[in-house]
Design a protein around this ligand. Structure first.
Ligand code: 5GP
Length: 138
């Protein structure tokens, strides 16, 4: 499987499509998932192009993991979640729907069931507010 640069996250990285941006640096873009599985569901998208973990450059992986940790901490602090799930899917049978490597930070609230993966679209105002709150804690 090869990387297809027409995927939706590549377009967001190039600024061709909008997103609720939390953070951007030379390594990655961090944005809110617009079909969140829970309040505060955030995505970390490395700028280095790869389909997923399987074809990623180990150096790019090493560079992005500290940011994944920072976002996990910031999302937990911003939402008051009881825990954080880190998810990452590789190829369609495993649940991957966008074929540019990304990490999901999914806040977990005790007693609250997670929404479906790729379920309903969230309110833009709520996503914008969450992006601001998480950014303030990074
Ligand atoms: P995957 O299934 O590939 O691991 O995850 C793709 C994620 O991207 C899903 O959780 C889905 O909700 C999210 N997503 C799909 N399209 C868009 C989009 O246009 N913008 C944002 N911010 N998230 C998207």
């Amino acid at each position: 499987m090869t990387y297809d640069s027409t995927n939706i996250f590549a377009k967001i990285l190039k600024g061709e499509l909008p997103c609720h941006k939390v953070h951007e640096d030379e390594i990655a873009l961090v944005m809110m998932d617009i079909f969140p599985q829970s309040k505060g569901h955030t995505l970390i998208i490395p700028k280095a192009a790869s389909r997923n973990l399987l074809d990623a450059d180990p150096t790019a992986l090493a560079a992005v993991m500290p940011l994944v940790q920072r976002v996990a901490r910031a999302a937990k602090a911003a939402t008051g979640a009881d825990g954080i799930r880190l998810a990452q899917f590789n190829e369609a049978p495993a649940g991957q729907t966008v074929f540019h490597l990304h990490f999901h930070i999914i806040p977990i609230y005790e007693g609250v069931a997670l929404g479906a993966h790729g379920g309903g679209k969230a309110d833009d105002g709520e996503l914008a507010a969450l992006a601001k709150d998480i950014a303030a804690r990074l």
